[in-house]
Design a protein around this ligand. Structure first.
Ligand SMILES: [Fe+2]
Ligand SMILES: [Fe+2]
Length: 189
């Protein structure tokens, strides 16, 4: 299945995006080993996570209509979230991914409440793969190996701040994810 996914992803994406998927898979494998999850599943899901990224907005809407995917107003406002929703459905149909696997793809842009270990691995691997470069990434890479929840919280804060700066809509899933992680942190103290 892995080779098939690799081929499909390569044919659906620009070389730049395909390389991002390969690097995300490598990082997801490292995180899975560190945090006690199946490296193979983490690798496969990470490989496929952005497979719908090069489709247009119109294509997302059309795919959703053809596949009985209900998109909320908010989903449509946060356009970047749509590629995860569509890729999750594609993987379910094409490779019979389990719900756990498709959920990790579905939520890889926004995060969510009560994230599974696979959600966390994919979310973080996507943000810290070796090709990424932004302020604070080195600290985030170290944090991901020490405290996965803190790394997610940091990463959500980073993207929320970016949305505010650019006056972009913030998906409520990200706010809920942030509050969930914060509340669990205060319980630990
Ligand atoms: Fe993505
Ligand atoms: Fe990605």
């Amino acid at each position: 299945m892995e080779e098939e996914i690799k081929k499909d992803v390569q044919s659906m994406l620009t070389p730049f995006r395909y390389e991002h998927c390969v690097r995300t898979a490598k990082k997801a494998e490292e995180l899975a080993i560190r945090w006690g999850y199946s490296p193979k599943i983490a690798r496969i899901v990470a490989l496929a996570h952005d497979m719908a990224k090069d489709l247009s907005y119109e294509q997302y809407i059309q795919y959703a209509q053809e596949n009985e995917i209900i998109l909320s107003k908010e989903d449509k406002l946060v356009k970047v979230h749509l590629h995860g929703i569509i890729a999750a459905k594609m993987c379910e149909k094409k490779y019979q991914f389990t719900k756990e696997m498709t959920d990790a793809i579905f939520y890889h842009t926004t995060a969510r409440d009560n994230m599974t270990l696979l959600d966390k691995i994919i979310y973080v691997a996507d943000k810290i793969e070796d090709g990424r470069d932004y302020e604070g990434i080195e600290e985030l890479r170290i944090m991901a190996m020490q405290n996965l929840d803190e790394a997610i919280l940091e990463s959500i804060h980073y993207s929320i701040k970016k949305c505010i700066k650019q006056q972009k809509y913030i998906h409520s899933l990200s706010i809920v994810a942030r509050n969930d992680l914060l509340s669990k942190r205060s319980n630990r103290i």
